[in-house]
Design a protein around this ligand. Structure first.
Ligand code: ZN
Length: 363
């Protein structure tokens, strides 16, 4: 493929909706039915996200070798069970830069619910091939999700990409279910993510779609939520009320986003079996089965007890881009989540002991 075309495709202002991309791009795009679910069908005006049928969707190509930023090297195998957004971009492409806030928002909103966003940085210009430049731009643009450098176009070619930016969304079985070229269609992409997160996933079998809001269905099968079904209601209290209920240290961490000192908390070395509840409201947040020794001095978990029991919020304090983790019921600050955890999620929920109350399970 001629490099001049690629340059044109990026530099030309790709229109906000897929069907309005430049004629040159459309000419090069593969047939819509086989690979472009977003293209041609989206006016982004509500409704359902156009997803490729799970039965005919192709398995996503593996990530080729490259340098990873914000993460240990990820593989699609290690991400099995998660919905994955793969965004092909390069830092000097302004169309790509325009899409980053929407991707960050997806990451912040849905990472705790089973989404991983991966940026594949495929360079167009010489200076975009220099790793230090990519790392600096990733930091200054506030990209907090994992980014893979693709200097030799191996991942780009494997996915058959033809223009920057191009977004793919993979279902939890690792199949390509959605593609969009150019800026825009952000609402559509969010709907695609939500629909794919709501799809039933047991191993790699095709299961019927369980559409609708995640976890509101109590008629069997949603085992993670049975326990909390009675008490999802938000708890809102004033600082004065919290001050009466919490210790000064709890108040500082949970209401003022403080951090306990490493290796000082009650639970970083706790290996007992049981549940970790919110120290402020008692909501079940983490289970001992997902706890691992991170060596950081804070209790670390690779997933919450239930996806909707924690909320994540982008946090740019102290000159860092991090993802804050809160109790979804009372809003208490718990800690942060980082994309460098172990399998199966690749996430590390780094939580203050003081925000937790451990309840040992009788065996
Ligand atoms: Zn709480």
């Amino acid at each position: 493929m001629a490099r001049t075309f690629l340059l044109t495709a990026c530099a030309a202002a790709l229109a906000a909706v897929a069907f309005a991309v430049t004629p040159a791009l459309r000419r090069h795009a593969p047939p819509a039915a086989s690979s472009s679910t977003g293209a041609g069908s989206s006016s982004d005006s509500g409704g359902r996200a156009p997803l490729l049928d799970a039965k005919t969707a192709a398995p996503a190509p593996a990530f080729a070798a490259g340098n990873w930023i914000n993460s240990e090297p990820l593989t699609l195998d290690s991400l099995r069970g998660r919905v994955v957004v793969v965004d092909f971009w390069t830092f000097a492409c302004f169309n790509c830069r325009n899409t980053l806030p929407a991707l960050e928002r997806l990451n912040a909103t849905y990472s705790a619910k089973g989404l991983t966003v991966v940026g594949v940085h495929t360079p167009e210009l010489e200076r975009e091939r220099v790793f230090e430049n990519v790392r600096r731009e990733v930091a200054s643009l506030g990209v907090g999700y994992p980014v893979l450098t693709d200097n030799d176009y191996a991942t780009w070619n494997a996915y058959g990409v033809e223009a920057w930016p191009t977004v793919f969304i993979l279902d939890r079985a690792g199949r390509v279910r959605y593609k969009h070229v150019g800026e825009g269609a952000y609402d559509e992409q969010e709907r695609a993510v939500k629909a794919l997160l709501a799809e039933d996933y047991k191993g790699d079998a095709d299961k019927t779609q369980t559409n609708g809001a995640t976890n509101t269905n109590t008629s069997g099968g949603v085992k993670m939520n049975e326990k909390a079904a009675e008490s999802h209601e938000k708890i809102v209290k004033s600082d004065e009320e919290w001050r009466k209920e919490l210790t000064p240290e709890q108040f500082h961490v949970m209401r003022e986003k403080g951090t306990e000192r490493a290796f000082t908390g009650a639970y970083y070395a706790n290996h007992e079996t049981g549940e970790y509840l919110c120290a402020a409201c008692g909501y079940e947040l983490f289970a001992s089965g997902a706890k691992f020794d991170s060596g950081t001095g804070w209790p670390s978990f690779y997933e919450p007890a239930a996806a909707d029991h924690v909320e994540t919020v982008r946090d740019t304090s102290y000159g860092m881009v991090r993802t804050e983790v809160r109790c979804a019921r009372c809003g208490a600050h718990l800690g942060h989540v980082f994309p460098d955890g172990p399998r199966p999620t690749g996430l590390r929920y780094c939580i203050n002991s003081v925000s937790l109350k451990f309840v040992k399970k009788d065996q």
